[in-house]
Design a protein around this ligand. Structure first.
Ligand code: NCD
Length: 316
């Protein structure tokens, strides 16, 4: 079994063998989660603390369920009501929690790099549940598991990631993961929503959906992330939907068995047609949510095993 990482901060730090190990283990958790009794004791006796400094529905719920199904003591902090509001810094909050000996710390934060910084200060395993526009590793891993189960493989596929790439940590983590597993990645979207350093990504770039979607196996749609926009990136939502929203006519350019994905939360009629999102013959959006719990169980299980293998020293 290949797993070396002490923290799950990003896809950037994982090797293809570690990704495969995690997905293989997640497959077994998918089976467990479909049983009536969904319990294992992989994390029994361990404490998991969730700190979400940004709103979240599916990510927070699935980390919480994942920990509970593996027998951990799980606490989700209400960050809105925390001492951060009284001026305490992120690091002080983390150090306070650290003194309570958690084993796993799950963190979402609006600033890119904040979770990496925190991981340097605490002596437990840290999982990045999304930091700014930087990385969202468990999302890329659950997307990978969804693709692998649906397509029967995770290599040599044509995958289009469409929409607001510039503000998306989901896109960044997916580009890295899919590249490491030797897929061909295309990015489709308006030039205003493409990251500036696009040349370094090893991807093809399109600004026309019909052209970009030609013969792809997977279509991954992204939300327009208005909370990260500080100006007019698109003319209007109507115009955006017309050019970049996924509907049946645009999808007809893809392979006949192409799957449609979206990390959620989705804006129906802005980046995707509502009926297409619900079409169980094309859309795997609900499967993505299901895979999310299994992938987070696998990630926490592997980090707990790694910690058992090399106990960290208590920091001074
Ligand atoms: C994504 C996120 O938070 O980055 N959502 C998620 O985790 N399911 C994508 C988004 O917010 O658009």
């Amino acid at each position: 079994m290949a797993w070396r990482a002490k923290h799950l901060l990003g896809i950037e730090h994982l090797g293809p063998d570690e990704i495969t190990t995690l997905l293989d283990l997640a497959d077994t958790y998918v089976d467990l989660n479909r049983k009536r009794h969904k319990h294992s004791d992989a994390l029994a006796g361990l404490t998991q603390v969730n700190m979400f400094f940004e709103n979240s529905t599916r990510t927070q719920a699935s980390f919480e369920l994942a920990g509970k199904r593996l027998g951990a003591d799980v606490m989700s902090m209400a960050m809105q009501a925390s001492s951060i509001k009284k001026g305490e810094t992120l690091i002080d909050t983390a150090m306070t929690l650290n003194a309570m000996h958690p084993d796993l710390l799950v963190v979402r934060h609006p600033h890119s790099g904040a979770v990496n910084l925190l991981a340097e200060k605490v002596n437990c395993a840290v999982l990045n549940a999304g930091d700014g526009r930087h990385e969202h590793p468990t999302q890329a891993l659950l997307d990978a598991l969804t693709i692998r189960r649906s397509k029967g493989r995770l290599h040599r596929l044509n995958i289009a990631i469409c929409g607001d790439i510039a503000h998306s940590r989901v896109a960044r983590s997916n580009i890295m993961l899919l590249g490491k597993m030797e897929n061909r990645v295309r990015l489709i979207g308006p030039p205003t929503l493409m990251p500036s350093q696009i040349d370094h990504f090893g991807v093809e770039v399109f600004d026309d959906m019909h052209e970009g979607l030609r013969d792809v196996d997977v279509v991954m749609m992204l939300r327009l992330q208005r909370e990260r926009m500080d100006g007019g990136f698109i003319p209007s939502e109507r115009e955006y939907y017309h050019r970049y929203g996924l509907d049946q006519a645009k999808l007809d350019n893809a392979k006949p068995d192409a799957i449609v994905m979206h990390p959620g939360p989705m804006n129906r009629g802005v980046e995707i047609d509502g009926e297409l999102a619900d079409d169980i013959n094309r859309s795997v959006i609900q499967e993505q949510v299901e895979m999310g719990v299994a992938v987070r169980m696998a990630a926490m299980d592997l980090l707990a095993q790694a910690a058992r293998a090399t106990p960290t020293e208590v920091m001074a």
